[in-house]
Write a protein that binds this ligand. Sequence first.
Ligand code: ATP
Length: 430
Amino acid sequence: MDKIVALCKRRGFIYPGSEIYGGLANSWDYGPLGVELKNNIKQAWWKRFVHLREDIVGIDAALIMNPKVWEASGHVANFQDPLVECKKCHERFRADHIKNGICPNCGTKDSFTSEQMFNLMFKTFIGPAEESSNIAYFRPETAQAMFVDFKSVCDTNRMRLPFGIAQIGKAFRNEITPGNFIFRTREFEQMEIEYFISPPKNNSDWQGFFELWRKEILNWIKDDLGVDMNKIHEHEIEAGERAHYSKRTIDFEYDFPFGCSELYGLAYRTDFDLKNHEKFSGQNLKYKDPETGEEFIPHVIEPTWGVDRSVLVALLDAYSEKEGRVVLKLQPKLAPYKAAIFPLLANKPELIKLAHKVYLDLKQNLTIAWDDRGNIGKRYASQDEIGTPFCITVDFQSLEDSTVTVRDRDTTEQDRVKIADLMKYLTERI
Ligand code: ATP
């Protein structure tokens, strides 16, 4: 983890938040390379689950919703973690994160206060008066918007069951023990789908959809995030441990350097949310079957992905060292830069001119880096460290025959490619 954190800071993936003011504990800013990696992950997800499917549409809802949403969803009453304080060092912890009664900060055994429940939602006030009637919450999950907007989406898009509503966006949780870099923060992004199905007549009805989404999550991890599947473990959550709305939950865990921990989740939320929103809002949120005219509240399967945990896993899994140098073997489609352009010599105007033209042409469709400093070996090393899959050198031969050398990050093999064919060559391999 230390190596990843240092690399992220050194190369502009992720910096400590508000650093010039001494930082703000557990807040992180994505720098120029980090935002590209994060956006590539979000775009790959949106393409896979919204654009390539006929049964899922997207929304982008407000972060601050009517506070009644959180009463209906059960978050005001139930979204809480047990908090304990070490009587010796006065640090506070989540009681379920304490192992063998030992304080993770000072090592004292069995010196905790009794558990107090702590609600994780961030409160704020709407308007100038800080009165209880003006309390609002920053959303602790993106999911509720899909329930609140369910009827509008049904009406405006004529969706037919089974169908899903997807959203990517920020969520806020006043975590008792944030930490492990971007693994657990108080402000993070989620990619979520609420997949609505007809009320199941028997268990196998919903279990079939649950199984489909289980496979979809695994396929995403393998094909899009491109990580080592031996490091992924499915953890069936027992009844007593599940969130208040869930009838079945699987956590998809990854072998992080600090231990095996949750990456993504899959839950069967039943009709809990829509039913409660119907009750609290007084609105009819039933789905009307266009064939039979029958009205009912659909049930829901919810696959959920943390964006920041995806970034962390992509980085951890791609990290490798070769002869003391870092090579970040990111999936080419996730890499911040798809290629880097090197003019062989920085002081030859005709070389620079041609290289710059190649750079600008490719930049129309791909993210491309430019590097004219130091020798080519150093430039390769610098691009390997940030995961650029292809390095393109423009040399004297290029001036004569309009070809360039393309070097592959992972094999280090080189191809001589016509400048006119470069775009095709790169896109095929990305
Ligand atoms: P945990 O058990 O780690 O607290 P959770 O079960 O509360 O997580 P969910 O409510 O299922 O998490 O949230 C869905 C996803 O959002 C998680 O799988 C994770 O990827 C991400 N996530 C949740 N909390 C955080 C956080 N504090 N920081 C970063 N990502 C988070």
